[in-house]
Design a protein around this ligand. Structure first.
Ligand code: IPE
Ligand code: IPE
Ligand code: MG
Length: 236
């Protein structure tokens, strides 16, 4: 069992996770898809705690994409209730672990109750300076870039005044650095519109484990794997 890192220090600063496979996990057990989401929430908390223990500065969790509205009304409703219940009822989880919470995504497209939860959660945790958990809810990488470009269009800048940093300064969490490590569970090998800008040079790990089975040990194993990668960023 892996319960600590092989190399102390040099953990990735920003880790992103596409938490996929909840529906299949439930189906394999003869249950309905939504059972997988409930179990998946437990893993999200377990991994958030692990990230905080490992002193990872930013963990971005893909909770609900701009494309996930295509699912049945019943599943979308269940997910919104689950998110609402978690943010409202489990704020203490973040406070006890001194985790700062930020929303990534278009808040205006979310139900009013969730908008209020997010504002409350961000406010109550803003002073914590350990791990920040970015919850990507109603998030799409293209949508994030589009919203940034729209804000910039209102600034009447000259074209040559627009830098890469102008685009990232207008993202939901402007200080969020590039992603170092992107993990996707559930066996699919695609980005599904996650963090298109930030993941430009991320190390990628795709694993077959369905999200509700993804535990702390496997996460630590993936951090170890990251530490053994050679990153060149185009140099030799
Ligand atoms: C990921 O699991 C959770 C969300 C997208 C909200 P899925 O619900 O996509 O599960 P699979 O991929 O269908 O098994
Ligand atoms: C990506 O998973 C979105 C989240 C994990 C929140 P999906 O299950 O929605 O992605 P696709 O449909 O397989 O691309
Ligand atoms: Mg899926």
């Amino acid at each position: 069992m892996v319960d600590s890192l092989e190399k102390e220090g040099c953990v990735p600063v920003h880790v992103g996770i596409i938490m996929d496979g909840n529906g299949r996990w439930a189906k394999q057990r003869g249950g309905i898809r939504t059972n997988g989401h409930s179990e998946g929430l437990k893993r999200a908390k377990e991994i958030a705690k692990a990230a905080s223990d490992l002193k990872i500065k930013y963990l971005t969790l893909y909770v609900f994409s701009t494309e996930n509205w295509k699912r049945t009304q019943q599943e979308v409703g269940f997910l919104m209730n689950l998110i609402h219940g978690h943010l409202l009822g489990e704020l203490n989880f973040y406070k006890e672990n001194k985790i700062r919470v930020k929303l990534l995504g278009d808040i205006t497209g979310l139900p009013k109750g969730i908008q209020e939860d997010i504002i409350e959660c961000e406010k109550e945790t803003e002073s914590f300076d350990g791990t920040t958990i970015n919850l990507a809810i109603n998030y799409g990488g293209r949508n994030e870039i589009l919203r940034s470009v729209r804000k910039i269009a209102g600034l009447s800048l000259k074209p040559e005044e627009i830098q890469e940093s102008t685009i990232s300064d207008n993202f939901d969490v402007p200080e969020l650095p590039d992603m170092d490590l992107l993990i996707r569970t559930g066996g699919e090998k695609r980005l599904s519109n996650f963090m298109l800008w930030h993941a430009a040079y991320a190390e990628l790990i795709f694993c077959d484990t369905l999200w509700p089975d993804y535990k702390r040990d496997e996460f630590i194993g993936h951090i170890n794997e990251f530490q053994n990668r050679t990153r060149r960023f185009g140099a030799v």
